[in-house]
Every structure is written in structure tokens, then in C-alpha cells.
Design a protein around this ligand. Structure first.
Ligand code: PLP
Length: 394
């Protein structure tokens, strides 16, 4: 038997739930690609995306997913043979570094641990040791979707500054922009990368790059530039150049609506909502953990992100729990990525999520733990409710 008919709850860390208003915004006819409203739409999106990134520069919009934006970011500032430093705290930073290596860069991974955040002092020490300034760029991920680690980008930025190193600081904010604060200019980030389908609540297919003055300077000498990704082309005068071709009109309508919704709620409220709901999830996991099987993937509480929580199931098949949630109850959890497959499941709490979605998801996970015979502390959902009832005042 199943109890899954009804609205499916998508609790995967991308693509995330798309608000109905955003879906409806796409239901509009194509327009001529130089039309004034479309040009104005692009202008507004670039201005507002810059605001979300926390930068005074105008970002670039790519018709690509996050992987495409990774490649765009790398090719715009690097040359073949350039050395880069990859800050490991999960799969995505390493994969971004691999992409750089395949493009011809020399990628060094600053060994990390998938159960904790990047340590800024390790970054500083490595940079101080690079007396010749061989390292041209540093790659970091703000929220590691694979592990749920939230890295302190401001602190890493300070460490780079303290080391007085000239490498470009490049940050993947794909799973964090629109979920937690990001302050590109204030944090000394030179290149920031994001995508439409996570915190920005839009369909997959768009990605965004903000490039600061140092990155734009590096662009002039970057040997890996290609015509399609090149910022110099996209900075050109015509609207057509901004997309290196036809604009993705309906996706832009969706993004406009999504940004309007975020601004209407207020970004500070959006971040607070994420923090409150994330903490509700953590309260539940902390109770389940008492059965000595379920555990947080991330050891340090401060490094647990407000966008996704990875849950270990030591010795129990995490996929069994995940499949029970999906097939029996209609809640779709994230699977363990790479080496974590079968060892962890992930609860996403990013984007268009509210209390019933998170509490419903937690209640189903607790049901799954019971039904699948996974030892766990009782009352995880009650702890989540207690947290919310204390912090969301009448
Ligand atoms: C999802 C994600 C990506 C990859 O984005 P795609 O759109 O799937 O290519 C990169 N980095 C992080 C941190 C992500 O969460």
C-alpha cells in the first residue's frame, strides 16, 4: 500500500520547487529579440542579480546550467598551464577543479574533509607558502550541496587578503544564492557563479556570473577564452551580444517573477526563513541521532548549511529510506552523491519552501525510519515543531 497520492513534495537540492506564479510567468508568447521591453527586462535582471550577488558590477546571464557557468568562469580568466587551488569540502569544489584541469589548468586540491568546512587558516598557510605567486585562482564553494557544508566565504576572503596573495577568489554560489547572504564586493570575491534552479526558484537552464574588476583585468590576458562564453563579447553594446545569440525569453520571464517574489518577501526575510527551517531540520536530526545510527554528515554545527542537510545512516542503506519516502509517501529526498551513495540522504530546505513542506518532509522521514526499522531517537518532528513555535512568534 502507499499513501503518496496528492502533491509530491520535492526536497532535493536542485532543481527546487518552482512557484506557480513563476511557472505561469513563462506562459507568454515569443517577442522580437530587439524589442524594447525585452531589452529593459535584461537591464532590470542584470541590475537586480548584481544586487543579490552583492556587487556593483553587472553580472552575465548564460543559457547553461551550473556546469556551464563553471566553464565560463574558468575560461574567462585562466590560460593553459595556470595553477589553481581548489578548496575541498565536498564533491562540487573537486568537480569544478576537475573541469579546470580538463581545460588545461594545473589544479591543486587543498585537502579537506567532507565532514567539515574549509579552514581559512589552511588557505592562508598554503598561500603564504606560494612565494612565487604561482597560484592564479582559488576555487571555493559556498554551500557544498553534496555534503551540506556551508563554507565561510567572508573568512576565506580575509585569509587570502592576510596572505597578501594576488590569486583570484572564485566562488560557486549555485546552491546558496537566494538562501543565505552573499556579499561579493565586501568579501573580496572576484568571480561568483550561480544558477537559476536552486535558491532562485526558477527552471533549470540559466546561470549567472558576476566578475569584479580584477577578474575583468585577467580576462584580457586569458588564453582559454572562447567566443561563446567570453565576457568581452557579452559586454558589447548590443542586446544580442548579452546572450551571444537569442535570449531565453520565457526563462527570463520566470527569473523576473522569481526575483520579484524574493524582493517582495525581502531578502533578509528570505534568509531568516531559510535559517529557521534549516534549524528545524537540524533539531529533528539531532533527536534521531540518539539511536546511534543516524548522524549529521557535517560534524561542526557551525558548518551545517541553511540550504541542505546531509544525513548519514551508518550501516543502514540510505537508499531504502529515500525510496520509502518517495514511493510510499510522495516525498522526494536527495540521494547520497558519489562515494556517499547508499550512505546518506539529503534533505533540501532551499528556495520555495515553508513550514508545512519542511515539517511534512521531516514527518515522512521519521515515518520511514520507523517503518524501515532504523534505530533512532523518538520525537524528531516534535523537536522541529518546538523550535519553530519558539522562534516564529504569533
Ligand atoms: C547544483 C550545483 C552545481 C551544478 O549545477 P548544475 O546546474 O547541475 O550544473 C554546482 N555547484 C553546486 C554547489 C551545486 O549545488
Amino acid at each position: 500500500m502507499t499513501v503518496r497520492a496528492g502533491r509530491e513534495f520535492l526536497a532535493v537540492p536542485g532543481p527546487t520547487n518552482i512557484p506557480d506564479q513563476v511557472l505561469q510567468a513563462m506562459h507568454a508568447p515569443a517577442v522580437e529579440l530587439y524589442s524594447e521591453p525585452l531589452v529593459a527586462l535584461t537591464d532590470g535582471l542584470l541590475r537586480d542579480l548584481g544586487g543579490v550577488f552583492g556587487t556593483a558590477t553587472r553580472p552575465f546571464i548564460y543559457i547553461a546550467n551550473g556546469h556551464g557557468a563553471w566553464e565560463a568562469a574558468l575560461t574567462n580568466v585562466l590560460s593553459r598551464g595556470d595553477k589553481i587551488l581548489v578548496l575541498e569540502s565536498g564533491k562540487f569544489a573537486v568537480d569544478w577543479g576537475d573541469a579546470a584541469a580538463r581545460l588545461g589548468a594545473e589544479a591543486e586540491v587543498l585537502k579537506g574533509d567532507w565532514r567539515r568546512a574549509v579552514r581559512p587558516q589552511d588557505v592562508e598557510a598554503r598561500l603564504r607558502a606560494d612565494k612565487a605567486g604561482a597560484i592564479k585562482a582559488i576555487l571555493a564553494v559556498q554551500i557544498e550541496t553534496s555534503t551540506g557544508v556551508g563554507n565561510d566565504i567572508a573568512a576565506i576572503g580575509r585569509a587570502i587578503k592576510a596572505a597578501q596573495h594576488g590569486a583570484l577568489f572564485m566562488v560557486d554560489a549555485v546552491a546558496s544564492l537566494g538562501c543565505v547572504p552573499f556579499a561579493m564586493d565586501a568579501w573580496g570575491v572576484d568571480v561568483a557563479v550561480a544558477a537559476s534552479q536552486k535558491g532562485l526558484m526558477s527552471p533549470p537552464g540559466l546561470s549567472f556570473i558576476a566578475a569584479g574588476p580584477r577578474a575583468r583585468e585577467a580576462n584580457k590576458k586569458a588564453g582559454l577564452r572562447t567566443p561563446y562564453w567570453d565576457w568581452a563579447v557579452r559586454d558589447g553594446g548590443s542586446h544580442y551580444q548579452k546572450y551571444s545569440g537569442t535570449p531565453p525569453e520565457q526563462l527570463l520571464y520566470a527569473l523576473r517573477k522569481a526575483l520579484d517574489m524574493l524582493f517582495e518577501e525581502g531578502l533578509d526575510n528570505v534568509f531568516l526563513r531559510h535559517r529557521l527551517l534549516a534549524e528545524a531540520v537540524r533539531r529533528a536530526v539531532a533527536v534521531w541521532k540518539k539511536g546511534n545510527v543516524v548522524d549529521f554528515q557535517v560534524d561542526e554545527p557551525a558548518a551545517r548549511s541553511d540550504a541542505v542537510t546531509a544525513v548519514l545512516t551508518n550501516g543502514f542503506d540510505a537508499n531504502l529510506i529515500r525510496i520509502y519516502c518517495e514511493k510510499k509517501c510522495g516525498v522526494v529526498l536527495g540521494r547520497g552523491l558519489g562515494t556517499m551513495n547508499g550512505k546518506a540522504f539529503r534533505i533540501a530546505h532551499m528556495g520555495h519552501v515553508n513550514a508545512p513542506m519542511v515539517l511534512g518532509t521531516l514527518a515522512v522521514v521519521e515515518t520511514a525510519l520507523k517503518a524501515c526499522g532504523v534505530p533512532h531517537g523518538d520525537g524528531g518532528v516534535a523537536a522541529a515543531i518546538a523550535w519553530l513555535s519558539e522562534h516564529v512568534k504569533p
